[in-house]
Design a protein around this ligand. Structure first.
Ligand code: NG6
Ligand code: CA
Length: 528
């Protein structure tokens, strides 16, 4: 059992004091203090921690001015770094967003990158260029901890009771401690280095997304077994820990996760990885389960937000971030660790469980002034919190940047930072945004392409263009405007950030220009 220390208000905001000296790297002034980590060698190789949260909206953290929920640890990070107001996940759902982040390629270029089932095969193929492999090449020890949702194994067979391969290791992660898919999908077990943790060989795990296992009660038939949370829609198949899920599973009793302990379990694994590798440059991809459904945080957080489990899960997420900062600080690693904090896609309030998120939302606006949310082509779907913090690299502190950046840029940005070549076939959609991350460039990319569940959108300077598409415009269960429209949509984000007035008929030339830019990007990556 890990001890939660949740109330961390009143911390000093600038957690570093550093003395600049004359070293330089990539034109940056490099700060040196007394500790070993500040040698010029290490300054060239900052530790890297990417904290990728799940379904956390632009308005869900207090760093952009939301007063309805306090996230002091995320604030602590933002006050020591730069926070972006125009940062975008490449997709409004998890799998494609993560695919882009790790490969530097827009997921729309591949047909098989939609929200993955829990028994999906590895979507990123061994041999594909990946961010963790880039980091390995630069001398880093790499780890993936938390939500995976990119598939495991291949069509040659998926051995849930043995080694699941390919998986994180084959894609460049030396160490992994992951949930195969999402909190609401089977199998509900952790995998350490691609083997189920705590598995009793006498009680093997079976997983199916097509056929229920005889004798296994399902949520839809046995609501009385749903002692912890009930679905509001969907999520009525396998029952694990008193909560029904998507997908079927049988066996693995000793290995099943307990939802209220997921945050502390994966945070602890992240902490252990940091401590074990503190003398060597490391890259930690820490993908939280919070605040995805089912939201079932630890007792420590229950009732603390006044917004029910969704708000409480935000507080738990903030706690996890604080734990990561604390372990870095304790080990004298904070100065020379480059930390990115962001989210895979925008927020949704009712995502299929009866957790009172709608009823208890009050004045909280998960997407702030932005329209739409998760799944949507409107901006709340993909405009996400994005913070970069790196003391030694002189990332500006406590400032806001309007630069247009995308999660697809991580590959090229880290390649630039670590002076690694970009091979011909590597990360075709990734642009080097190092200067934006450091606060030196206020413009960022020329454009950003985003993907909703039905269409593509592009932001270019003040314009946001939504490609015409067929499909649902609204999902009543999620109460979500998807932004799908068979007519072109054009918004001026400078004057209409909430995307209220479609200007497409007034500015047909802009529509035509943006559609042809979109076509060009689709045809040829690396379009500038
Ligand atoms: C949807 C699920 C939703 C969530 C989402 C993936 C239903 C009714 N809805 O299909 O709950 O799991 O997939 O979310 O099943 S993501 O953040 O991982 O992309
Ligand atoms: Ca997500």
């Amino acid at each position: 059992m890990h001890v939660f220390r949740y109330f961390r208000y009143n911390r000093k905001q600038d957690f570093i004091s550093s003395k600049p000296v004359g070293l330089s790297f990539l034109g940056l002034a490099v700060c040196a203090g007394s500790s070993a980590q500040n040698s010029s060698e290490n300054a060239k190789h900052p530790n890297v921690v990417v904290i990728l949260t799940d379904d956390v909206g632009y308005g869900d953290v207090s760093i952009y001015g939301s007063q309805t929920i306090q996230t002091p640890n995320i604030e602590r990070l933002a006050n020591s770094g730069i926070r972006f107001t125009n940062a975008h996940a490449s997709s409004a759902t998890s799998t494609p967003s993560r695919y882009s982040l790790l490969t530097g390629q827009y997921a729309f270029r591949r047909k098989d990158t939609h929200v993955a089932r829990g028994d999906a095969f590895s979507i990123i193929r061994p041999g594909q260029k990946t961010l963790p492999a880039l980091m390995q090449r630069a001398g880093y020890i790499t780890a993936a901890v938390g939500k995976w949702h990119l598939g495991l194994g291949d069509e040659n067979g998926q051995d849930w009771n043995g080694l699941l391969k390919p998986g994180p290791r084959e894609l460049g992660f030396d160490y992994s401690y992951i949930m195969a898919a999402t909190g609401d999908r089977t199998p509900c077990v952790y995998l350490e280095n691609q083997r189920i943790v705590n598995l009793d060989p006498a009680d093997p795990v079976e997983v199916s997304y097509t056929t229920p296992f005889p004798g296994e009660p399902l949520g839809k038939d046995y609501p009385e077994l749903l002692t912890k949370q009930r679905p509001s829609f969907g999520h009525d198949q396998a029952i694990v820990n008193g909560i029904s899920r998507i997908g079927y599973m049988r066996g693995g009793k000793s290995a099943l996760w307990v939802d209220e302990d997921i945050a502390s379990t994966i945070t602890q694994k992240a902490i252990e990885f940091i401590e074990q590798n503190k003398n060597h440059p490391f890259f930690l991809y820490f993908a939280t389960n919070d605040i995805h459904v089912p939201r079932y945080p630890h007792q420590e957080f229950v009732g603390k937000s006044g917004m029910g489990p969704r708000g409480d899960a935000i507080l738990q997420l903030d706690w996890s971030v604080g734990q990561i900062l604390d372990v870095l600080e304790k080990n004298d690693l904070l100065e020379n660790t480059l930390i990115v904090f962001t989210s895979d896609n925008g927020p949704v309030v009712n995502d299929g469980y009866d957790d009172q998120a709608v009823e208890l939302l009050g004045n909280h606006k998960p997407g702030d002034v932005l329209r739409g949310g998760k799944y949507s082509a409107f901006d709340a779907g993909t405009r996400v919190p994005f913070v970069v913090c790196w003391q030694v690299g002189k990332v500006k502190q406590g400032v806001e940047s309007p630069a247009l950046v995308s999660l697809v840029d991580m590959y090229a940005t880290f390649a630039a930072l670590l002076q690694q070549p970009m091979e011909e076939d590597a990360a075709p959609d990734s642009f080097n945004q190092l200067n934006a991350w450091l606060g030196k460039d206020k413009k960022g990319r020329p454009y950003a392409v985003k993907q909703s569940v039905t269409t593509l959108t592009i932001i270019e300077k003040k314009w946001k263009y939504i490609v015409p598409a067929q499909g649902d415009a609204y999902w009543p269960l999620e109460n979500m405007e998807l932004g799908t429209n068979p007519q072109a949509q054009l918004y001026n984000l400078e004057t209409d950030l909430s995307e209220q007035t479609n200007l497409a008929t007034r500015y047909p030339k802009e529509v035509k220009r943006l559609q042809s830019l979109m076509d060009q990007i689709k045809r040829s990556p690396r379009t500038r």
